[in-house]
Design a binder for this molecule. Structure first.
Ligand SMILES: Nc1ncnc2c1ncn2[C@@H]1O[C@H](COP(=O)(O)OP(=O)(O)OP(=O)(O)O)[C@@H](O)[C@H]1O
Ligand SMILES: [Mg+2]
Length: 362
């Protein structure tokens, strides 16, 4: 899957223009606050997902303008396609190949992409909830049945938690816990089995990408940590304490994805560059699995990845990934080792223009 043309009018700080990217690595270079991330965000919106910046729709319209319009011509599903998104009165609407869609989320699955933005560093530095959400979202993208399993688990968990709170005042309800324990254990088993199978492949791919970035000098180990491998037993054993707590303490809602770099816990011991590399490797592994499931590789957006990385790691991201169309933003000369089949664009005051290749003579 790749983008052939991205165009915009009054989107964020971008008054109007177009971008004709190459099928390989596209570097968007410019000073701070010129519109580089805005360009990535605009293209990302065609995935049908929310902005990776968590922005309100109204914020997407250029200040002072009435509406924003963005267009994407892309190759996907074996043919050239054209999508349009318009933002007006605080709402988005979408069109695909000339047909109006009910909402932007109807574009999900039509144009696929993976994104790394600096906020994603919280994936390693933050708590386990972020890692669980990452896993769940990644699995949902490739296994639609997983969303139903997550919803069922959430419902059983909410029921059991409500029961735990009611029992102290209604002792007769104690007998009904067993029913919910059974259902919760069954739903939980599904969740952990989906996650375990995903991490089995995902961990190996992320380790490969990480190894590529650091030239094999360090290892990244990702492991799915199950809080209660035998959930039925754990629920039985923790009932007393759960009643005192008023919530369920065991189950996949407490699982984690542990990351070790060079044998040490990445969260506690990882350097800035190591953590950044590990999160990028995780995002690339996610993209690889998404591509395998969909039958064509997604587009990869890497916002601000080159800072904090040494020359070898930068070079790998610029020239070593292969198989994906990639968009990378940077501020200065960090992309000077871009291979000759890559393209450089400068972004200045909301205008994007193709620039001469950074390596003279290429
Ligand atoms: N709706 C809007 N209307 C006008 N300007 C906006 C709007 N939304 C964001 N901007 C402006 O867009 C500018 C560029 O933002 P962007 O995040 O794309 O910069 P960037 O080139 O990625 O910079 P950096 O290198 O610092 O990440 C910001 O100064 C911001 O104030
Ligand atoms: Mg930016």
């Amino acid at each position: 899957m790749n983008i052939l043309r991205f165009s915009w009018r009054d989107f964020r700080n971008l008054p109007g223009g177009e971008l004709l990217p190459c099928p390989g690595v596209n570097v968007m270079r410019g000073r701070n606050a010129q519109g580089k991330t805005n360009l990535l965000e605009g293209m990302w919106l065609f995935t049908g997902e929310r902005s990776f910046r968590g922005a309100k729709d109204a914020d997407l319209v250029r200040r002072g303008a009435q509406r924003a319009e963005i267009g994407l011509r892309f190759f996907g599903g074996g043919r050239e396609q054209e999508a349009k998104i318009r933002v007006e009165n605080g709402r988005k609407s979408a069109e695909l190949n000339g047909v109006a869609k009910r909402s932007c989320s109807a574009l999900i699955g039509e144009f696929r992409a993976a994104v790394f933005s600096p906020e994603h560093l919280s994936l390693l530095s933050g708590g386990p909830a972020g890692r669980r959400n990452f896993l769940d979202a990644a699995i949902c993208q490739i296994r639609p049945a997983y969303a139903a399993a997550v919803a069922e688990y959430g419902r059983c968990l909410a029921e059991r938690n409500a029961l735990l709170k009611d029992i102290p005042a209604h002792a007769e309800l104690l007998d009904t816990v067993e029913v919910w324990d059974l259902r919760l254990a069954r739903a939980g088993k599904k969740i952990s089995s989906f996650r375990r199978r995903y991490v089995e492949k995902f961990a190996g791919l992320a380790a490969d990408f990480y190894g590529g970035m650091c030239g094999g000098s360090e290892t990244l180990e990702l492991r799915y940590e199950e809080n209660a491998p035998d959930l039925a037993k754990a629920l039985r054993e923790s009932l007393k304490s759960d009643l005192a707590l008023g919530y369920t303490s065991a189950g996949p809602h407490r699982d984690d994805l542990a990351a070790k770099i060079g044998g040490l816990d990445a969260r506690a011991f990882g350097s800035q560059g190591q953590k950044r590399s590990a999160v990028i490797a995780m995002k690339l592994a996610e993209a690889q699995l998404l591509g395998e499931a969909a039958g064509e590789p997604p587009v990869v957006f890497l916002d601000d990845v080159l800072s904090e990385l040494d020359a070898r790691r930068r070079d790998y991201l610029l020239n070593g990934i292969g198989g994906f169309q990639v968009f990378i933003t940077c501020c200065g000369g960090e992309a000077d080792s871009l291979a000759e089949n890559g393209a450089l664009f400068t972004v200045d005051l909301g205008q994007a223009a193709q620039a001469p290749h950074p390596r003279p003579g290429v």
